[in-house]
Design a protein around this ligand. Structure first.
Ligand SMILES: [Zn+2]
Length: 306
């Protein structure tokens, strides 16, 4: 079996997914995903008006957080944003055009964990409005055309299966042939997707090989790491940027801290696997707050002659 057999294409798949697709999640939905609800509100206060911040535990007025692009106004903690919200935040209005949205995941191994993978795909598609964990395409950032891929941690933890790997590879190949700057924003807690076994693992090498060709052709690749970027995603394309940016206080690493601690049997240093720790140790180039990301990406592209 080739990896391409693990991907469903065409009208049939489009029709399957059309039923499960819904409009992109609003900031309200996504903030609710990443924050536990606050204390039971007083009578008459609409439910969900307040959020409890995972960073500082403060109770935050939801509207205020939304106006700050899902960043806590008290402590600056960056909450989850969906891939489609990212598009709205970064691209000049109406300029983003999706690529390879017709690719659909299949279940080549007949994999079952708590529930069958085939059923899990359908329920994740229905819940997130995405067909898989990566959205790719082209658009304008402050009037500069770029190729861009975004992974979404709410779809099976943003893990990389065949469709994520294939979309990213085609994205890199198009960026190479069209000589576009390339931006990949990672939000992947799951690394390689175990449900597709070796077909997932090979995506790390496939995307990385495409990036090597892109680099040889002189392309500029900016990798943006957000909370969380872990496992096979961190171990492949997310670490290969010419420039590697991160959002503040993002969790970034390969194995989780508990696994490492149990393996090497030492106390891990404070702040281990955070953006700030990794900046200090030379793994990333800059930490950029979400509100500045659009302008800083545009500036980096200009600076590098993209
Ligand atoms: Zn906070």
């Amino acid at each position: 079996m080739t990896h391409r057999q693990a991907i469903k294409t065409g009208n049939e798949a489009e029709a399957d997914a059309a039923q499960t697709r819904r409009p992109s999640a609003s900031p309200r939905d996504s903030a609710a995903d990443s924050c536990r609800p606050g204390p039971r509100p007083k009578r008459g206060v609409p439910e969900g008006l307040w959020l409890k911040c995972d960073g500082c535990r403060a109770t935050i007025y939801r509207k205020e957080a939304e106006q700050m692009l899902n960043v806590c106004p008290q402590c600056g903690f960056h909450w989850y944003v969906s891939a489609r919200q990212r598009v709205e935040q970064l691209f000049d209005p109406g300029t983003f055009e999706e690529w390879d949205g017709q690719l659909r995941p299949t279940d080549p191994l007949g994999f079952t964990d708590k529930k069958p993978y085939a059923g899990r795909i359908v329920s994740e598609q229905r819940r997130t409005g995405l067909s898989d964990a990566a959205l790719t395409g082209t658009g304008m950032i402050r009037a500069r055309r770029v190729a861009c891929g975004i992974t979404d941690s709410s779809f099976i933890m943003g893990s990389m299966g065949s469709v994520v790997g294939e979309r990213l590879t085609r994205l890199v190949e198009r960026a190479t042939s069209q000589r576009l700057p390339l931006i990949i924003i990672s939000a992947s807690g799951g690394g390689a997707r175990m449900h597709e076994g070796i077909l997932s693992l090979m995506q790390m090498a496939k995307v990385s090989a495409a990036l090597a060709r892109y680099s040889a052709a002189g392309g500029l690749f900016i990798s943006v790491l957000t909370n969380p970027t872990m496992g096979g995603v961190a171990a492949s394309f997310a670490s290969l940027g010419d420039l590697v940016f991160a959002e503040p206080r993002a969790l970034i690493g390969f194995a989780g801290p508990r696994t490492i601690k149990a393996t090497i049997r030492v106390e891990l240093p404070p702040g281990f696997q955070t953006s700030e720790f990794l900046l200090e140790h030379g793994f990333i180039d800059r930490i950029i707050a979400r509100k500045d990301l659009k302008s800083e990406l545009a500036r980096a592209i200009d600076y590098c002659g993209g």
